[in-house]
Design a protein around this ligand. Structure first.
Ligand code: ZN
Length: 259
């Protein structure tokens, strides 16, 4: 009987001990898990803030840049890149340009920048080294270019009217230049690694893939009103540029068909 009571007591103590041990284990595990959770949380990297800098300063000179801006999809392209500006169609007075400055101080509309950058990057990867010789121009700048050209013809002996009309085949009348839209660029060779002919040939064959067109081809002078300018490229978006290249038409002809 005594032995039975003793044995019962022993079993109860054992159970209590087991219960306490289990409680301790549970408490220790809880503390460890909680602690690890805190450590993990505090060492997890924060979500990076959206980067809005386009890195426009690299367009001209830096061939080793790492970022590759995406070419905007045609779904984003709207009428802004299909505006017709020529001597018969002045730029609308409410037209708004959104400028971004390149590393050599030239400016372009920020909406064409990703495509322009991609085109330059790809050209360089093919050992073609273009530069933006002229981008956005104010009306005042366009006027001073016109005055300069008229002056040159006057110096050659032409009358004021003759000089003006001759100058207008070279320089767009202020208020009608695509450079005032900010979506056209004059592209030259860097003069060190590439020649002008190499750059113009590459652009002629490839620019449409980036949404740019050779705006004033030699066989369309009577329609565009401008003589051949192998350096002048105008952004119209990839879909339109591809169609214009495929059909062998100029922007005036393309828009006439579309409308
Ligand atoms: Zn131009």
């Amino acid at each position: 009987m005594k032995r039975n009571v003793k044995s019962k007591c022993h079993t109860t103590r054992k159970r209590i001990l087991l219960f306490l041990t289990a409680c301790c284990c549970f408490a220790v595990m809880f503390i460890i898990v909680h602690h690890l959770g805190n450590v993990y949380q505090s060492s997890s990297p924060r979500q990076p803030a959206p980067v809005s800098d386009t890195g426009a300063s690299d367009t001209e000179t830096n061939s080793s840049e790492t970022h590759t801006p995406a070419v905007s999809s045609d779904a984003d392209e709207t009428s802004w890149c299909l505006i017709l500006a020529n001597k018969w169609n002045p730029i609308p007075t409410d037209y708004k340009v959104e400028l971004i400055t390149l590393s050599n101080g030239k400016s372009v509309d920020s909406r064409i920048y990703p495509a322009l950058q991609k085109m330059f990057d790809d050209a360089r990867s093919h050992n073609i080294y273009p530069i933006v010789a002229s981008g956005y121009r104010t009306t005042e700048k366009q006027q001073s270019l016109m005055d300069e050209k008229i002056g040159e013809y006057k110096n050659e002996g032409y009358s004021a009217d003759e000089a003006k009309s001759k100058a207008e085949t070279w320089v767009a009348i202020p208020g009608t230049s695509e450079h005032q839209l900010g979506i056209a660029v004059d592209i030259n060779a860097d003069g060190v690694h590439s020649t002008g002919d190499e750059v113009y040939k590459w652009l002629d064959e490839n620019a449409y893939k980036y949404g740019f067109i050779h705006r004033y081809p030699s066989d369309k002078t009577d329609i565009t009103g401008v003589i051949n300018e192998p350096w002048h490229y105008r952004y119209v978006g990839i879909t339109t540029a591809t169609e214009i290249q495929r059909q062998g038409v100029c922007l005036e002809e393309y828009l006439h068909k579309v409308n």
